[in-house]
Design a protein around this ligand. Structure first.
Ligand code: 4AZ
Length: 831
């Protein structure tokens, strides 16, 4: 029963928070008592003012302290270093941090360091303590970590005092305490490596290969917020070769990275490389130390955990095969490389080759890749050929000649930051006959006579394509070049002087000039057969009722003989269905890795999609065809050893993305369905197309729009200019692009392409590229669009599928021919 109803008065208790406002209280009977109670209130007010004044004073004091003295608040600074002790012989017990020998020597090193720091006021004031992390041979090298508490304003002074300790190396030997040492090198610890929780792995044993794997590899992604270090040691006289078999980290090195040091401690002046992202087996990642020690570190942050890495560390005798370099090279020709090529060369290396021939032409055929930050200065790592120093990334066509029969080549790497090195060939020549049995290019290269006047720029300066006498299978350009006949009258200026586009309509009376220069009888026009060979005789034929496979079929069943009538701005079907195109293939704005491409403009390719493995990196491209559906390549959605790529749950799609580092700008969608083409052949890449249904429809914006799907009869004839776009590798074996890349290529005649690709082209494949090389789709572009404009809208001509490498001469990119799959797409998606 409710007590109010029972006539009882209710007195609220302090614990009753939700008491009813309608409740009445008993009236006060003694008002004097109530007046009296106001007395303590006045005292309270005075007390309140005093307390308030105190609090105000405290806050003011704190603020003054905060702003005035805060800059001198001390922060913890760590320095990693090594000390070269000359007065001790290395003992096996130094390998074991628990041994008495280790601890005794470590104590001496710490005393020594305190002594060194005490002599430098900039250091002594802030020094806290040091710990010894390891010892290695030579006589004994001690690796230590020193801790300083430094006011913010003094950090630079402490850094410089620490680096000036290195000057001790110029004194023959210092005696202080009981140790003699001749070198102290230290540098500030990378702050990213301080933030993390540390884990140290056990030291490896010399003399047998060691597996170095990220934690939980290959079963789970590596853990968050982890620092793992592997100290690798081998016997003196050997070096350590570290080869990564798998390397798959987050793309952003500031989050997750692997650092490899030519040292046992993370001393930044001994760093060989910092790596993140993905390295494919075609782009092998491998390092070699200069001595018998190496440190591998993995640092991860809290977001984006990736599969990680597996590497094998092996002991290699210094100077063994593949690692040795220099010497005298004799003979008429030969090749030589930097040590460990094409993997990374060791630090602290100098190699000198003397090439002796009767007369010499030095011909560096592969790129020189050096680690120097500033190409041009060639101060850190370089190749010196006679007097010329080369560094940075040097063209594969770089050629240096000597004017005597001797040439000296020196390769030099300093103590940090290594790169892939170089591959070079040399060949000798008679000064009077520089290219025996070969063609001498203007740039002094020698190329085979077979390559002369073949339509391709083999010399690199086009001199092999000038002054040509063309045979009947080639177009004779007025400028002296020869071009393949199938490029005649294709509307594109292949000669460069338009010769191939002249006299295209010189047919007899009663004949019709085809687009490709061929003449056919007038009556063959619009007969439903491709008499020209380029279908130009079946264009502009008006409505027709008898349909062939090459006719566009209107919604009302009418057939149009005009080639590609859809969405061209002209109504060809009587029911107008050929112009029933919705919003597809239109860009919101007017626009004035792909290998050989350039950065796209935001919104330029609004149908381009980046497919990521869930919580992982970009792996494939795709194209938006409707609010619900994407088109990609079937080979992108085949299960692999680690990820079930055929499952929609393995993916996330980024729409409207421009920069892979700004995923937050894009619309992210998960997938409901993945439908690979049922006839996809994983050996031949035939039918390499797949559909993806989005879990949630996408909202079209200025940067997210669909591309038009060409009808089954749509033709993209050879010579048509088309665009490739993607975040794939920007060179064969290279890494992916950060910003979306675009490049222009042309459709290549299928017969020509089939012979270039050794008969591997099916009717469901379209070839496109630049046959002289240099422009192409590449790894990571797969699944993305081959976009073609009809002047009004963009059409999905193809899906990036495969190729023989990337951007190689005479090796076009191969795309799945979208018109061939139009009916299947309609059947599966309704689009
Ligand atoms: C790939 O691996 C790939 N050059 C895509 C396209 C090409 C080559 C390779 C064409 O995804």
């Amino acid at each position: 029963m409710d007590p109010m109803d029972a006539g009882m008065r209710y007195t609220p208790k302090s614990s009753d928070r939700d008491w009813d406002q309608a409740v009445t209280f008993l009236p006060a009977t003694d008002s004097a008592k109530l007046e009296k109670k106001k007395g303590p209130g006045r005292v309270g007010a005075i007390l309140g003012v005093v307390v308030f004044a105190c609090v105000l004073a405290l806050i003011t004091g704190l603020l003054v302290w905060h702003f005035h003295f805060r800059k001198d608040q001390k922060t913890l600074k760590m320095y990693n270093g090594y000390m070269h002790i000359t007065s001790q012989e290395f003992q096996a017990a130094y390998e074991n941090p628990n041994s008495t020998e280790f601890q005794t020597l470590a104590k001496q090193v710490v005393t020594q360091l305190r002594d060194i720091y005490s002599k430098t006021p900039a250091l002594s004031k802030y020094y806290v303590d040091s710990t010894v992390q390891a010892f290695s041979q030579g006589s004994v090298v001690a690796y230590y970590l020193s801790e300083f508490h430094v006011p913010a304003s003094q950090e630079a002074a402490v850094d410089s005092a620490i680096s000036s300790l290195e000057n001790l190396k110029y004194q023959r030997s210092l005696q202080s305490g009981s140790l003699m040492f001749d070198r102290v090198v230290a540098s500030a610890v990378d702050p990213r490596m301080l933030r993390k929780r540390s884990k140290f792995s056990a030291n490896t044993q010399p003399n047998r290969p060691i597996l170095v794997e990220s934690p939980d590899f290959p079963n789970f992604p590596y853990p968050s917020n982890t620092l793992v270090q592997w100290q690798l040691k081998t016997e003196p006289g050997n070096v350590i070769q570290l080869d990564f078999q798998t390397f798959y980290l987050e793309n952003e090195c500031k989050n997750d990275f692997v650092k490899v040091y030519d040292s046992l401690a993370a001393i930044e002046s001994r760093i060989m490389a910092e790596k993140c992202g993905y390295y494919s087996p075609n782009d092998p990642l491998g390092f070699i130390s200069s001595g018998n020690i190496m440190l591998v570190t993995l640092v991860t942050n809290e977001e984006g955990n990736y599969p990680g890495f597996r590497a094998m560390a092996t002991q290699v005798a210094r100077g063994s095969q593949g690692m040795s370099c220099g010497g005298t090279l004799k003979g008429n020709s030969g090749t030589f490389t930097s040590p460990n090529y094409p993997k990374y060369y060791p630090p602290n290396t100098r190699c000198e080759w003397t090439i002796e021939v009767r007369q010499l032409l030095f011909n560096a055929v592969s790129a020189f890749m050096m680690s120097v930050g500033q190409p041009g200065l060639c101060q850190n790592d370089y190749v010196q050929v006679n007097e010329e120093k080369l560094c940075g990334s040097v063209s594969a066509n770089k050629l240096v000649t000597s004017s005597s029969n001797e040439m000296k080549v020196v390769f030099y790497s300093d103590g940090s930051l290594v790169d892939r090195g170089f591959n070079a060939t040399f060949s000798s020549f008679e000064p009077t006959n520089p290219c025996p049995d070969k063609f001498l290019c203007n740039n002094k290269r020698c190329v085979s006579h077979d390559l002369r006047c073949d339509g391709w720029n083999d010399c690199g300066d086009s001199s092999d394509e000038k002054g040509c006498k063309c045979d009947s299978s080639m177009i004779s350009c007025r400028n002296g070049m020869c071009k393949p006949m199938f490029w005649k009258c294709d509307g594109i200026d292949d000669c460069g002087d338009r010769t191939d586009e002249m006299n295209c309509a010189s047919c007899k009376a009663g004949e019709l000039a085809c687009g490709n220069g061929k003449c056919i009888l007038e009556k063959q026009k619009c007969d439903g057969r491709d008499d020209c060979g380029d279908k130009s005789d079946e264009v502009d034929c008006g409505p027709k009722t008898v349909c062939t496979a090459s006719n566009y079929k209107c919604k009302n069943g009418e057939c149009i003989t005009k080639q590609n009538p859809e969405c061209d701005g002209e109504k060809d079907c009587t029911d107008g269905s050929d112009e029933d195109c919705g919003d597809c293939g239109l860009k919101a704005f007017k626009f004035s890795r792909v290998v050989g491409g350039q950065d796209a403009v935001v919104g330029e390719w609004p149908w381009q999609v980046s497919l990521h493995i869930k919580n992982s990196i970009h792996v494939c491209g795709a194209s938006i065809i409707s609010e619900h559906w994407l088109v990609t390549a079937a080979h992108c959605v085949q299960d692999d050893a680690k990820v079930r790529l055929s499952q929609p749950g393995s993916w996330e799609a980024y729409l409207g993305l421009h920069d892979q580092k700004q995923l937050e700008v894009a619309q992210k969608r998960y997938l409901k369905r993945v439908i690979p083409h049922p006839n996809y052949n994983e050996y031949t890449f035939d039918n390499d197309i797949a559909l993806m249904e989005l879990e949630q429809p996408v909202t079209f914006t200025d940067t997210i729009r669909p591309i038009c799907l060409p009808s089954a009869s749509y033709d993209f004839p050879a010579g048509t200019t088309v665009w490739i776009t993607g975040w794939g590798a920007t060179r064969e074996g290279g890494s992916g692009a950060k910003v979306l890349q675009k490049a222009q290529v042309r459709i290549i005649n299928s017969t020509v392409c089939d012979s270039l690709m050794d008969g591997q082209i099916t009717s469901r494949m379209t070839c496109a590229g630049v046959l002289s090389g240099g422009v192409d789709a590449c790894q990571g572009d797969s699944g993305g669009p081959l976009s073609s404009s009809n002047g009004e809208r963009m059409f999905l001509a193809g899906v990036v599928s495969w190729g023989d490498g990337c951007a190689r001469r005479n090796k076009p990119g191969i795309y799945s021919t979208v018109p061939k799959f139009r009916a299947w797409i309609k059947e599966m998606t309704g689009v």
